[in-house]
Design a protein around this ligand. Structure first.
Ligand code: NAP
Length: 252
């Protein structure tokens, strides 16, 4: 498959987990991938995995909650690869706590890293996309956007991603830019392992409980999110925009 031959993709938070799987998938299908994480050193393992398979990638360090850092990183990507066609807003964090004891600092941090960073990256990327009259933006929302105990901050941020997505689809559509989001359920990554640890469970036990309440009776894998992100970033989804697609094994 080579749906992304000649395309340049930026994937944020791509040192591990869903971001790394997405970077690998886009590269496997021919994209040159800018692997962005907090530091270029952290991103290098994903770059190595891509280049070992014959793909093209480069590591960039940027805190995506810092607009200046994002603009500098994206300018470097365009300098290195000549364009920016696909943006995957994947970087995210959790700071779970019941609402009555949630520190204001954790509210601010989670909103900033999960939602404001998507604003920063989309705003920096659209400059290039509008000019070339082509772009695909896919952002990571979450099933938690529908509400999740202990995640008032994260749920609000991920619901915000859906509103941002719907609005950017309206404003950027006239420039041939598709804007969509995916909303995964439980995916086995370092993020969910950290959640397990916080509630005093092993990763395996936590996954088993999540699997029991999922119609497909298992949790998801990062590659199963990456394939849907790739679909939305491809011409297979050329008339899909403003949507949030849930990837949650059938859970309601
Ligand atoms: P992960 O394993 O924790 O990976 C997230 C990556 O983002 C890490 O490499 C992290 O770096 C990086 N990052 C964090 N803050 C950043 C910043 N300010 N600038 C640049 N990079 C930053 O998480 P994941 O499970 O793969 O999740 C990826 C995305 O999917 C997130 O947006 C998450 O909210 C969403 N999601 C995940 C699930 C799930 O079940 N796993 C479900 C729904 C949605 P450090 O490790 O150095 O902090």
């Amino acid at each position: 498959m080579s749906r992304f031959t000649g395309r340049v993709a930026v994937v944020t938070g791509a040192a591990q987990g869903i971001g790394a799987a997405t970077a690998l998938r886009l590269a496997e299908e021919g994209a040159a991938v800018a692997v962005v994480d907090l530091t270029a050193e952290r991103a290098q393992a994903t770059v190595d995995a891509i280049t070992q398979k014959g793909g093209t990638a480069k590591a960039y360090g940027a805190d995506v909650s810092d607009l200046d850092a994002v603009e500098a990183a994206f300018a470097a990507v365009v300098e290195d690869f000549g364009a920016l066609h696909i943006l995957v807003n994947n970087a995210g964090i959790t700071r779970d706590n019941l609402f009555f004891k949630m520190p204001r600092a954790d509210w601010d941090l989670v909103l900033t890293v999960n939602l404001t960073s998507a604003f920063n990256c989309a705003q920096a990327a659209q400059k290039y996309m509008v000019r070339q009259k082509y772009g695909k933006i896919v952002s990571l929302s979450s099933r938690s956007a529908l509400g999740n105990r202990g995640q008032a901050n994260y749920a609000a941020a991920k619901a915000g991603i859906q509103g941002l997505t719907a609005t950017l689809a309206i404003e950027l559509g006239p420039y041939n830019i598709n804007v969509n989001a995916v909303a995964p359920g439980y995916i086995a990554t370092a993020m969910t392992a950290a959640t397990a640890e916080r509630v005093g469970a092993t990763a395996e036990e936590h996954q088993r409980l999540a699997a029991e309440r999922t119609p497909l009776r298992r949790v998801g894998r990062p590659e199963e999110v990456a394939s849907v992100v790739a679909f939305l970033a491809s011409e297979d989804a050329s008339y899909v925009s403003g949507q949030t697609l849930y990837i949650n094994g059938g859970a309601r």
